[in-house]
Write a protein that binds this ligand. Structure first.
Ligand code: NDP
Length: 247
């Protein structure tokens, strides 16, 4: 496991957007960021799930969160611009984005992959990240320093049979992180971009990908939070362009 002990108020006064914040790793990351002092903006497609996370954060007396219902499949440029305007009006700047939401798609061969589903997975897992970054970069430039964290996967580095659009989307995510981090280094050096490979983690997505596996043998989302905290906080200010393993 990546070892890092975050100071209690690591993310005090930080405003951090988490996509797919209603469930799995994104839910735990949002709650963890709030626990360490951040105001989290919870983005997801299921309002009920986001409200449950919001309520949990409120109950714990962490900084009040904000909810942004947005389905990343089908969201258009104007939705992202509206999101940027809302964040600008409410907070004035943005200190971090955790690109976490993803679709698994089908576990099948490329020969039989449904092209419509292929495009959907690419939209949710790749294109939405481009559009979010484009809409939010100006707001991140207004922060003292800002961190963009992508979520990759083992099959985003070594693809395997039957991982289809998902693996391709994660290779694309690695490329997006590499391109963005080198562009930021020369054009906006206060912003850094890196990626996290969570490793096998006990969530619905993992259970869908490996239905025969005993989930109790897997790391929990809480177990992998040290790297999520490290990359969002000031101790990683010099880290840019890296793809790191949470486990
Ligand atoms: P989950 O399926 O548990 O959670 C994914 C989240 O993304 C859910 O909140 C889901 O919303 C949201 N989401 C999916 N589609 C959309 C959409 N169209 N618009 C908005 N939100 C959407 O997955 P994990 O927590 O396991 O995965 C989190 C990240 O970690 C992903 O990027 C995944 O690829 C990566 N990862 C996970 C591993 C694991 O072992 N768990 C291993 C390697 C990488 P909803 O709840 O409404 O479905």
């Amino acid at each position: 496991m990546f070892h890092y002990q975050a100071p209690n108020q690591l993310l005090k006064n930080k405003v951090i957007l988490v996509t797919g914040a209603g469930d799995g790793i994104g839910k735990t990351a949002a709650i963890t960021y709030a626990k360490y002092g951040a105001t989290v903006i919870l983005l997801g497609r299921s309002i009920k799930k986001l409200e449950a996370v919001y309520d949990h954060i409120e109950k714990q007396k962490y900084p009040q969160a904000a909810i942004v219902p947005l389905n990343l499949d089908g969201a258009a440029e104007h939705d992202y611009i509206e999101l940027a305007n809302t964040i600008e009006n409410e907070f004035g700047h943005l200190d971090g984005i955790l690109h976490n939401a993803s679709l698994l798609g089908e576990r099948t061969t490329l020969a039989s992959y449904d092209p419509t589903l292929f495009e959907q997975v690419m939209r949710v897992n790749v294109t939405s990240q481009l559009l979010l970054n484009q809409a939010l970069l100006l707001l991140m430039q207004k922060a003292e320093s800002a961190s963009i964290v992508f979520t990759t996967s083992g099959v985003g580095r070594n693809a395997k049979a039957n991982w289809g659009a998902y693996a391709i989307s994660k290779f694309a995510t690695e490329a997006m992180m590499q391109i963005l981090s080198s562009e930021l280094a020369s054009q906006s050096p206060t912003i850094r971009a890196n990626a996290i490979n969570p490793g096998a983690t006990r969530t619905n997505m993992r259970a869908n990908a490996y239905p025969e596996e005993d989930p109790t043998t897997l790391a929990t989302p809480d177990d992998i939070m040290p790297l999520y905290l490290y990359l969002m906080g000031k101790d990683s200010l010099t880290i840019n362009g890296q793809s790191l393993d949470a486990q």
